[in-house]
Design a protein around this ligand. Structure first.
Ligand SMILES: [Ca+2]
Ligand SMILES: [Ca+2]
Ligand SMILES: [Ca+2]
Ligand SMILES: [Ca+2]
Length: 328
């Protein structure tokens, strides 16, 4: 990462937004690498990851059917398929997904005393509907996120391009707001897995990959992370808790359907990603045939301000609770 303090600050903000959404927060990461971010002293998390302990996986019976964030609002079954991660959605054309409503953080759900310590300064964005698809084969999970928004990309400044995060439940009970309940972002209810992608490489290029040893992808910025709270997020194997089992072969390729039209062209962002089903990494969610995946999304729009997206201003799926995906 370029700057630990600003990275963590951005994470906090992102987490905050995600938290509110109820994306990435997983989604919610992002914004953390901006050079102009003001370092913020975040609250100290008290929950630590137990190394070498297999995280419990959520199943249909783990959560009461009427519990908030149990994924009842959005659920679907993934498809058995082998996908080529190349930014081309042709191999998804016969695969059903789900429409995910995404909106910005709702400030009225947050603890006002915690807000005083955070920079909650963002420009309003309209809510959008994002298409999410998931496929698996014997070895890998594939995730496709299609976002209706105009094309913007600047290889010198990733705040002037789109950014996303995908968040997965690791610990049963972890809240969809990056592990924390919406009304107390300093409390962790468990660990979540985060894929956090800021676009430092161009369309069609593979971001992430097997050479990413510590979760942080210094070249293309598709990072494999984990979080306990919005402000307590780290790269796998490079955080406060050393993780010798870190596995970070997550890859992604992005494209935009209107790219030929240049900056501002209408169209759809394509974020195509893949990772092994089972990474044996305690800072990742683990998946298996017949199991259930719980995830959430975040999207950062470069048109939010003249300087691009802000950490807190991203759109999140978190108000839908965890999105529940049954794996074939
Ligand atoms: Ca493809
Ligand atoms: Ca990992
Ligand atoms: Ca991870
Ligand atoms: Ca835009």
């Amino acid at each position: 990462m370029n700057n630990l303090l600003s990275h963590r600050t951005a994470l906090l903000r992102s987490a905050l937004v995600v938290l509110t959404v109820g994306a990435l927060a997983a989604v919610a990461c992002g914004g953390d690498d901006s050079d102009d971010a003001t370092p913020t002293e975040g609250p100290t998390a008290t929950i630590q990851i137990t190394q070498g302990t297999e995280a419990p996986q959520a199943t249909d019976t783990d959560l009461p059917s009427d519990a908030p964030g149990d994924g009842d609002d959005l659920s679907f079954t993934a498809t058995s398929a082998t996908i080529t991660v190349d930014g081309d959605t042709a191999d998804w054309s016969d695969i059903d997904g789900v429409t995910v409503p995404m909106e910005q953080i709702r400030l009225d759900g947050l603890d006002p005393t915690q807000l005083e310590d955070m920079e909650i300064d963002f420009e309003p964005l309209d809510a959008i509907d994002v298409t999410l698809k998931v496929a698996t084969d014997a070895d890998n999970v594939y995730v496709l996120m299609e976002v209706p928004d105009d094309y913007d990309f600047n290889p010198e400044d990733h705040n002037l391009a789109a950014s996303i995060a995908v968040q997965f439940l690791i610990d049963q009970g972890a809240d969809v707001h990056m592990g924390s309940p919406e009304d107390d972002l300093e409390e962790s209810l468990g660990v979540v897995d985060m894929w956090h992608w800021e676009l430092d490489c161009g369309p069609g290029e593979i971001s992430g990959g097997a050479g990413v040893l510590g979760g942080d992808d210094p070249t293309c910025n598709l990072d494999d992370e984990y979080a306990l709270t919005p402000e307590d997020r780290e790269d796998d194997g490079d955080g406060d808790d050393a993780n010798a089992a870190a596995e970070n072969s997550l890859i992604g390729v992005w494209e935009h359907t209107g790219r030929a039209g240049g900056e501002g062209a209408d169209g759809t962002w394509i974020f195509e990603m893949s990772r092994p089903l089972d990474t044996a990494d305690p800072q990742d969610a683990q998946f298996a045939s017949g199991g259930t995946m719980l995830l959430a999304l975040a999207y950062f729009d470069s048109d939010e301000t003249l300087e691009g997206w802000t950490d807190v201003g991203h759109l999140t799926s978190s108000y839908e609770g965890w999105i529940e995906v049954t794996l074939p």
